[in-house]
Every structure is written in C-alpha cells, then in structure tokens.
Design a protein around this ligand. Structure first.
Ligand code: ASP
Length: 332
C-alpha cells in the first residue's frame, strides 16, 4: 500500500513536472546597441538627446514587432534598419570612411532556432545591408558574400541601392581627416582612444515562440585599409545566435575576432552552466583588454545583458515585463 502511494505520487510529480521547477521565461525581450568606445561625457546636451531619442525610436520598432507576436528575426532586422538609417550611427548612412575615402559596409544576421546565417562585407551601394544579409540567409545556399560578389548578389535582389556618397556625413569626414594625420596614424589605437570609431549597431531578441536572433551592421573602423574585414560579418565573432543565447558585439574588431567573442559567450554558458552575465564578464575580463569592446545579449529565458569594458556604449533594452532602459555610460 505504502509502495503504491509513493509510486502514484512520483507519477503525478513527473506528469505535472512539479519536481523540476523551471526558470520562468520572459515572454519576449530585446536589446540593442549603437556602438561602444571612448564616449566623452562632454558631448552637448542636444546631441546627447538625439542619441537617446534614436535609441528609443529603434527600441520602439522592435517592441511593436515582438509585442504583436512577431519573430525575433523580424525584430532584429527592423531595429538594425532603423539604426542604419540614423546618421548618428556608424552603419548605413553615417558609416565611417575607409583609408581610400569611401564607405564599405559589413553586416550579419543569425537565426538561433535554425543556425541559419547571412553575412556581407565590403558593400558599397546597398542602403540597408542588414536586409540583404537576411536575403543571403533565406535565399542563398551560401552564408557569406564579399566585395564585388556581394554587390553582384545584391543585383539579383530588389534591395534599395544608393550612390556611395549617400553614406557621407560631415562628422565622419572630420574623423577620417583626423585619422589621417599625426598621432591617429597609429592605427587603430590612437583614433580609438580619441573616440573616433564608435557607432556600430546591433540588436538581439527573444520572441514569444522562444526563438533567438542576432543582427549587427557597421561601416567598420575609420581609415581601415583596402578590403579590411571586421568582426561584425564573421559569424561567431561579432554576431552569433543559437538555442542558448543571441549576441551582438561592438568595439575593436581585430580583438573581438581573435577571441571569437560572441560564440565564446554562448559556449561558456553551455559548457560551464554559467549565466549570461558571467559569460560576458569572462570574455570582457579574461579574453579582451580594457577598452576593447562591448556586448549586448539575450538568453533563452529572456535574461538581457549589456556590458562593456569601454567608457561607454550606446544601448537600450526592453522586455515583456515592462523593463525599459536606454543608456550611454557605465555609471547611469
Ligand atoms: N567592431 C567594428 C569593426 O571592427 C567597429 C565597432 O564596433 O565600432 O568593424
């Protein structure tokens, strides 16, 4: 009798799952960044306001999609498109100048539920590189196109095209001029500490179906040499999503690449049972050097982490529990 009662109790517990309390999942969550680096606190109030407004507007774009049951993929694509169109950020319009005085754009998108990915480097005429990256992911047998081939791929789609000078802004032009003279010639460290690089954009999301996605877009680093490829379009370095987490990086691309940073964060969680915060801390403190980078990430439970070892990172996040933040510096 006693044996029967115990067996019945165990069966009930197993069936209801009561013996395994699950960590509760936030319905949906979204984080974005607009670049990390040496962001001076002395920037004029009006400019500060423009940055906050830009971040809020992009968050709102993603919020509408996720709140209405849209996919994480749609959310990250449209948030990044919004930031690409904002001239304050180093992606799409507002991209930095190459050493040759042009704009060459990199972008990548990844679907954590399928490990599908699309990436491009060296684009010169595509207005919104992130949308072309999504087409690469969904319509091509390949993952990554570069330069002439990337433009050729774009010719076979109906993505909007522009002249290269569409991406021009006076601020980026001045930064390029500075990078070509004096101390800043010590590429890239000097101009990096001057604060002339930041502005890459990225987004990560978890949707109500539990799918994760990540997207990143950039003009790269000011004064970069011919054909330089940064971390952003390298799947696993600047952009990564799987069943554990979605991550988008910003910062000194060569350093982020060397440490395959985004994948290392996801793997550190999976292999060590670490939290998202712990995994990002590991990469920021044990793999990268102070001043190198920042990450935004969301895990399968909707936990959000936005951390950097730089003075600032334009960033924001929102989730279905009503948490909403927009920040620039560390101590906000
Ligand atoms: N990571 C980008 C690159 O190296 C630059 C940035 O995030 O500011 O291309």
């Amino acid at each position: 009798m006693k044996y029967l009662a115990t067996t019945l109790l165990l069966a009930v517990l197993l069936l209801t799952g009561c013996n395994q309390p699950e960590t509760e999942r936030t319905e949906w969550a979204l984080a974005l960044h607009g670049g990390a680096g040496t962001i001076s606190k002395d920037i004029p109030d009006t400019l500060k306001q423009q940055y906050y407004d830009g971040l809020r507007q992009a968050l709102r774009t993603g919020e509408i999609i996720l709140r209405e049951g849209g996919s994480a993929l749609d959310a990250v694509e449209y948030v990044v498109r919004n930031l690409e169109d904002n001239p304050l950020f180093n992606a799409g319009k507002g991209a930095v100048f190459t050493a040759e005085g042009k704009h060459e754009l990199d972008a990548a998108i990844m679907d954590g539920s399928t490990l599908g990915a699309g990436a491009l480097t060296g684009l010169t005429t595509v207005k919104n590189p992130i949308s072309l990256a999504r087409i690469v992911m969904e319509e091509s047998p390949h993952i990554f196109f570069s330069g002439v081939g990337a433009e050729e791929f774009a010719n076979q789609t109906d993505v909007e095209r522009v002249e290269n000078d569409h991406f021009f802004t006076e601020t980026r032009y001045q930064q390029w001029q500075r990078a070509q003279t004096g101390e800043a010639n010590n590429y890239p460290k000097a101009a990096w500490t001057e604060g002339d690089y930041f502005g890459t954009v990225g987004a990560v999301a978890l949707d109500i179906n539990g799918n994760l996605a990540a997207a990143t877009s950039t003009g790269g680093m000011t004064n970069k040499q011919f054909g330089r490829v940064g971390d952003v379009p390298i799947i696993g370095s600047g952009t990564y999503a799987n069943h554990v987490a979605a991550i988008s990086a910003t910062g000194w691309g060569e350093q982020i690449m060397r440490n395959v940073s985004a994948t290392t964060i996801a793997n550190y969680m999976e292999f060590n049972g670490a939290s998202l915060d712990e995994a990002i801390d590991f990469v920021l403190t044990q793999r990268l050097n102070p001043g190198d980078a920042g990450f935004i990430a969301v895990d399968a439970y909707g936990n959000i982490s936005m951390k950097m070892n730089t003075a600032g990172m334009y960033r924001g996040s929102i989730d279905s529990n009503g948490n909403r933040v927009v920040m620039i510096w560390e101590d906000e």
